[in-house]
Design a protein around this ligand. Structure first.
Ligand SMILES: Cc1cc2nc3c(=O)[nH]c(=O)nc-3n(C[C@H](O)[C@H](O)[C@H](O)COP(=O)(O)O)c2cc1C
Length: 307
């Protein structure tokens, strides 16, 4: 059997099997929950399991690429929701969404009708009983002793770039070197030693730039992969626990969100997790029963089986 698509192999498992339970959980997790039952309280054990999913899932070389904020405080969650709402009256708050903002076809109607209702994006999926915010994080392990003795442990090839950046000025600028403390010089010499081993000529500005750019590209990819794995693990875990979930990368007011949660670096993703409302369509706006969000059909993913 080769080159089959999803249609060629029946992916649907038999009734009442573990596979069917997982099949359903995966499909539930694919969709967004736009309203929540806030009368119920999420058990602490469930919160712990979801936080475990977000923090103990796999990542390349087990590097930590994000910091996690887990929020159940209602007032804070309302403020987070506000940060994901795009309002034309606050263009200065649109962070990196300049073009996406103009995509919405009915934006002219917004003044008459008020926000949302299909004119501008609103993200009530972040109003869950539990909200997770992933913050960019970069504090890589650095142990100078291991660093020289045992490259594998202390200086993984990509994360090491941050150490290079830290001492770059001292590597390249003689006056910075002269002004440095003994500790800074020691650190710089260790970095230089590893760069020598890696055959990076740090006296050549272009080569050092190339090295840094290449490592940064790989790190960025690892970081987004780690975030994706975490979001996927949270999604499936929460779904198996019976919760509805929803992601939002539409973060319009980053400065406000950063201040609200005391974040040093940028928010990467917000996830709302919570109890579904009985008898209510998952796509109904949490704050407006009169508005139902559309749904986007999953684009078929081509599968190539090689047996
Ligand atoms: C990483 C990620 C980011 C997302 N960001 C948003 C978002 O900002 N706003 C939104 O409405 N939906 C967002 N979604 C939800 C997806 O668009 C949704 O999963 C897809 O439309 C299918 O769900 P549906 O059946 O509810 O449409 C995001 C999903 C993922 C996985």
């Amino acid at each position: 059997m080769a080159n089959n698509t999803a249609e060629a192999l029946n992916l649907r498992p038999k009734k009442d099997t573990k596979n069917m339970e997982l099949f359903k959980a995966i499909h539930r997790a694919q969709h967004v929950q736009r309203n929540f039952d806030l009368n119920k309280k999420m058990p602490e054990q469930d919160i712990s399991t979801i936080v475990t999913a977000a923090t103990q899932c796999t990542s390349k070389q087990n590097v930590a690429h994000y910091k996690l904020h887990a929020i159940t405080n209602r007032e804070i969650i309302e403020e987070i929701y506000d940060c994901t709402t795009c309002t034309p009256e606050h263009p200065e708050e649109a962070q990196g969404q300049k073009y996406a903002r103009n995509y919405y076809p009915n934006k002219g109607a917004v003044k008459k009708k008020g926000y949302g209702k299909g004119n501008y994006p609103e993200n009530p999926q972040v109003l869950g009983n539990l909200v997770l915010v992933f913050e960019r994080y970069e504090k890589f392990y650095f142990n100078p002793k291991k660093f020289t003795n045992k490259m594998g442990d202390a200086a993984n090839p990509q994360t090491f770039v941050t150490q290079v950046e830290e001492v770059r000025e001292l590597l390249e600028d003689a006056s910075a070197w002269d002004a440095a403390t003994a500790k800074q010089k020691d650190r710089t010499m260790l970095v230089a030693e590893v760069l020598d081993r890696m055959d990076v000529d740090y006296h050549d500005k272009d080569e050092l730039d190339d090295y840094i750019n290449e490592m940064r590209r790989t790190l960025a990819q690892d970081s987004f992969t780690a975030l994706g794995i975490a979001a996927g693990t949270v999604n499936l875990t929460a779904s198996q626990l019976g919760y509805g979930t929803g992601c939002s990368t539409c973060i319009m007011n980053r400065p406000k969100l950063k201040k609200l949660l005391g974040m040093k670096r940028d928010p990467l993703l917000i996830m709302g997790i919570g109890f579904k409302q009985e008898g209510k369509n998952r796509r109904v706006h949490h704050k407006d029963d009169g508005y139902t969000f559309g749904t986007i059909k999953k684009q078929p993913i081509e599968i190539s089986y090689i047996n």
